[in-house]
Write a protein that binds this ligand. Structure first.
Ligand code: CTP
Ligand code: ZN
Length: 155
């Protein structure tokens, strides 16, 4: 396939490309990074054809460089995503996500009595407890209760 056929969304000069996002996780990542209210130029491709998966989402943020710690926040939504650093049109770093140790502002605490639920300005904060079968449990930093990640609702 020629380069021009392959490049499905315009190349960027400098910034971050989050690639291989499972289709429909793109919106969650936009929200997580508050990219719906940023001044930076963001290009989004949704449901693009992909060889590795059937379809994928892609997000390109110009002139923004995310840290590995920030990138890892999206590992629960998009474990196969890669975060590419682009400098002067070249990919200078390709980072495969790791499960983060902590998660901020992504999920609501499932304990209705938790302070984060009656003081909604508090950013939720969970410790990630990986378990053997690849399942993840989250421990609330505030109320210290532990929940299976699968039952957690998004903020
Ligand atoms: N990209 C971009 N602007 C550039 C260079 C690359 O938007 N100046 C994008 C590409 O379109 C691709 C991602 O950054 O979505 C990674 O680029 P590259 O490593 O060249 O692509 P692949 O080899 O297809 O990556 P992978 O092996 O991760 O699939
Ligand atoms: Zn809690």
């Amino acid at each position: 396939m020629s380069k021009s056929n392959k490049l499905q969304v315009e190349a960027i000069k400098n910034g971050t490309v989050i690639d291989h996002i499972p289709a429909n996780a793109g919106f969650k990542i936009l929200k997580l990074f508050a990219l719906d209210s940023t001044e930076h130029r963001v290009t989004i491709g949704l449901n693009l054809p992909s060889s590795a998966q059937n379809t994928k989402d892609i997000i390109k943020i110009e002139n923004v460089f995310v840290t590995k710690k920030q990138a890892d926040q999206i590992a629960l939504y998009a474990p196969q995503a890669t975060v590419n650093t682009i400098i002067d049109y070249e990919v200078t770093d390709k980072y495969a996500l790791k499960l983060p140790e902590e998660i901020f502002g992504m999920f609501k605490c499932a304990n209705t009595n938790c302070i984060t639920n009656y003081e909604p300005t508090t950013t939720t904060h969970f410790k990630v407890l990986p378990t053997k079968q690849g399942k993840v449990q989250l421990k609330c930093h505030y109320c210290e209760k532990v929940f299976n990640q699968e039952i957690m609702k998004e903020v």
